[in-house]
Design a protein around this ligand. Structure first.
Ligand SMILES: Cc1ncc(COP(=O)(O)O)c(C=O)c1O
Length: 395
């Protein structure tokens, strides 16, 4: 496949435009390194968001607490309806200054110190960091590498759920890109009912899907609604992580209140510009999002083909969601220091696999890396060529 064969028209940015002092992604490493680590996309701000933010700056920036709830309420409810989260009560939404604070607040509110929290591994690192940081215990179950993609180890989950209090679910899953199917969700729902677990479902990546049909929230089924807190926000789909905002969602308004109260005044409130940004994204961001997902899908396909053709030693299951590729390089000679090797020899910065594992699973995660492919096709191609040269050289 040539570099541009399957490429939809889309505005992307060059390294010179991206490497500015406000970008952590592009300034952490030396100038000759291609940064494919942190989950930011190398794309310009969506025009409707840019317009709304510029317009917002002409008005006051005074206190606006509780405005987020008012401004976003009906837009969010309409969106959540499409995920199966209809009928949310008054008090079923509570704004957050980001999604991660919602993970911490849920662990704090729904468990006691020393209790066990069920999750899968690998997983987005604040999952296990929130559990250990708050003095709880991680009950992590490794995902299985099935022939068609990563799979849940049902026996492992059953065993680990025995003495757990809460399950943290990442849906879609960062870093494997899985979107849990209806059948998998049903089995997870049975599990949490059987073991009487609370659930925190992080659905931040739901809009970056390559699967057909509407997204199914974990809490879309009646029988788990009242034990589930869902968290989401605009920062992945709309590339707005610098404007922190998120929301706690629940059918049991008392539970939402309890979780929000666990952070109390420590958490702070969402910023005025972030509310305006999310409003613009929900109201007018659809076409931009569709173009972005089309571009990401084409990059995913290109990456998949490239790895199959040129780097068969790298195991990769094409992701169903997210722009993050979980690459298994354990068969490569330098698997023991893979992230450093790729940084030094390929001049490509990726996230190291063990980052996404709790302490006891760090060793088995060695040799995996997470690569962010939300960049121009030109940069992606250059990065893959560099990986190929470095990995070929290491044979
Ligand atoms: C699953 C997941 N949850 C939460 C976050 C971060 O959310 P926030 O920046 O709003 O705290 C990320 C960032 O990549 C993520 O992948």
């Amino acid at each position: 496949m040539t570099q541009t064969e399957n490429l939809p028209a889309y505005p992307t940015l060059s390294p010179a435009e991206l490497r500015h002092p406000d970008s952590l992604k592009w300034t952490l490493y030396a100038e000759d390194v291609i940064p494919m680590w942190i989950a930011d996309m190398d794309f310009p701000v969506a025009p409707p968001i840019l317009a709304a933010l510029s317009e917002r700056l002409e008005r006051s920036l005074g206190y606006h607490q509780l405005m987020g709830d008012k401004v976003l309420d009906s837009l969010l409810r309409a969106k959540l309806d499409t995920h199966g989260l209809s009928g949310l009560p008054e008090g079923g939404l509570a704004m957050l200054p980001g999604v991660v604070p919602g993970i911490y607040a849920s662990v704090a509110a729904l468990t006691q110190p020393g209790e066990r929290v069920l999750t899968m591994t690998p997983v987005y690192h604040p999952f296990h960091l929130s559990i250990t940081g708050l003095g709880r215990e991680v009950a992590a179950v490794p995902l299985l590498d099935g022939s068609g993609g990563y799979e849940i180890d049902w026996d492992g989950m059953e065993a680990a759920a025995q003495d757990a209090r809460l399950m943290l679910l990442c849906h879609p899953h960062n870093p494997t890109g899985r979107v849990w199917t209806h059948d998998e969700l049903e089995k997870l729902r049975d599990l949490v009912v059987r073991h009487d677990l609370y659930v925190l479902s992080d659905e931040l990546h739901a809009d970056l899907r390559f699967t057909e049909g509407p997204f199914e929230s974990f809490a879309a089924a009646e029988r788990v609604r009242d034990r589930t807190i869902t968290v989401t926000g605009p920062c992945k789909a709309f590339n707005t992580a610098g404007l922190g905002i998120g929301v706690l969602i629940g059918h049991d308004a008392e539970l939402v209140k309890r979780v929000r109260a666990a952070a109390g005044g420590l958490m702070g409130h969402e910023g005025a510009m972030s509310v305006t940004m999310w409003q613009a994204a929900l109201r007018d961001g659809g076409p931009w999002l569709a173009d972005t997902v089309a571009y990401l899908r084409a990059n995913r396909d290109f990456l998949t083909e490239y790895l199959r053709e040129h780097l068969p030693a790298v195991r990769f299951h094409p992701v169903e969601s997210t722009y993050l590729a979980w690459l298994d390089l354990r068969d490569c000679p330098r698997a023991g220091d893979m992230q450093t090797f790729l940084l030094e020899e390929a001049r490509v910065a990726v996230h190291d696999g063990p980052t996404f594992a709790p302490e006891e699973f760090k060793a088995p995660s060695q040799g995996f890396v997470r690569l962010n492919f939300a960049t121009s096709r030109e940069i992606l191609t250059e990065a893959l060529e560099r990986l190929r040269r470095a990995l070929d050289g290491a044979q």
